[in-house]
Design a protein around this ligand. Structure first.
Ligand SMILES: [Fe+2]
Length: 269
């Protein structure tokens, strides 16, 4: 299965700018690249911070821009989002029985579980108010099925002091429960605006720097430098043997002529 992971779009209302750039334009370029090269993907998952301020006009703009995307899309919420305005703009997006934007998708490669870690008015994430219990109940439905989690906030630390206050509440408790389920193959998350991947107690995770602004990783300082690099997104190739994550950036690349490199030196032919 080919799956696209987008994150942190940070759209603002039509005509407005964010840090001097137009987030919607960056998303349009990203969608054009996906349509050109990856329209065969089974699903595109956007792991939150769909908008920068959670206002309804930004969600309407998102709805308009996403109409061009030729891949089915699943939208998750981040700390910059508003659950109420999102649901108004996207009433068809699945929610759990408590109203959280959490759901399950049975894909050709296994179960995809989408989590809602938004705590309205706060930068950190949480799986409180029954959200962790909802996840554990999903695990018990199909304990043998390969399962993949999608979430905005990092469920595990990423080693950068800037993000320590914005970890998911009770993250160690949550992660132990996820490890204990025994069938989670990968966690795809957003929120961090840096390229990072690794494992926590054997569970792999990955996040990209995202579509809007990015952060320069700093391993000692709490504050962060924001930059405007090329938009990035991930392509995940998932089968019974494992998960491959390719990071792609939306930039104009110059393909070099290999023949212009000159003759291969003697002895290396
Ligand atoms: Fe973000």
């Amino acid at each position: 299965m080919k799956l696209i992971h987008l994150t942190d779009l940070h759209l603002v209302r039509p005509g407005a700018m964010l840090f001097g750039f137009d987030p919607a334009e960056r998303l349009r370029k990203t969608i054009a690249r996906i349509n050109r090269d990856h329209a065969d993907a089974e699903l595109c998952v956007v792991t939150g911070d769909l908008t920068d301020e959670g206002d309804f006009a930004s969600y309407e703009l998102l709805r308009d821009v996403l109409r061009d995307l030729r891949v089915p899309t699943r939208l998750l919420l981040g700390n910059h989002d508003s659950r109420e305005n999102f649901v108004r703009a996207f009433p068809g997006e699945p929610r759990d029985e408590s109203g959280f934007v959490q759901s399950v998708h049975e894909s050709s490669a296994g179960r995809l579980i989408f989590l809602d870690t938004l705590v309205e008015g706060s930068g950190h994430g949480a799986l409180d108010e029954g959200r962790l219990e909802w996840l554990l109940a999903r695990f018990t439905e199909k304990p043998e099925a390969p399962t993949f989690l999608f979430v905005h906030h990092q469920l595990q630390p990423i080693g950068l002091p800037h993000f320590e206050p914005w970890n998911t509440e009770n993250w160690r408790h949550n992660m132990r429960a996820i490890v204990g389920a025994g069938n989670v193959r990968h966690i795809f998350h957003g929120h961090v605006h840096v390229d990072v991947g690794g494992t926590w107690s054997g569970i792999p995770f990955s996040a990209s720097r995202g579509v809007a602004h990015q952060i320069i990783p700093n391993f000692t300082r709490r504050d962060a430098d924001f930059v405007e690099d090329a938009p990035a997104f991930d392509i995940a190739l998932i089968d019974a043997d494992g998960v491959l994550v390719h990071r792609l950036e939306v930039s104009d690349r110059h393909v070099v002529e290999i023949s212009a490199a000159g003759p291969v030196p003697e002895g290396e032919q």
